[in-house]
Every structure is written in C-alpha cells, then in structure tokens.
Design a binder for this molecule. Structure first.
Ligand SMILES: [Zn+2]
Length: 56
C-alpha cells in the first residue's frame, strides 16, 4: 500500500513532467517582468510575465 506522501510526490512529479508547473521565475528579470524597477521595457525573455517560458 502506497503511503500518502509517496502518492503525492509521484503526482507532483507527473504534473511537472506534464508541464503543469511553469512558475519558475525568469532569470533575466528575476520574476519582476522588467529589467529594472523604473521606466524599463518589459523583459524580452519572459515578455513581462516574470516567468520562464517552457524550454523546448
Ligand atoms: Zn523576464
């Protein structure tokens, strides 16, 4: 019988593999969506979302 922790860990791993967890912070802007705090253009790496695009 599989315990709850193992079951949850497995489910999370499968979700990650399926690409459901894409909340990694953009390394170019550190998750802010902008390179700087003031009057800066949106981060071109993430398009201003602050999240890394899925690597393909
Ligand atoms: Zn960014």
């Amino acid at each position: 019988m599989m315990n709850k922790t193992m079951k949850r860990a497995k489910a999370l791993a499968q979700e990650r593999l399926a690409g459901k967890h894409q909340a990694e912070k953009c390394i170019a802007c550190n998750g802010s969506g902008h390179y700087d705090h003031d009057a800066s253009p949106v981060c071109s790496s993430c398009g201003g979302t602050g999240k890394q695009k899925k690597q393909s």
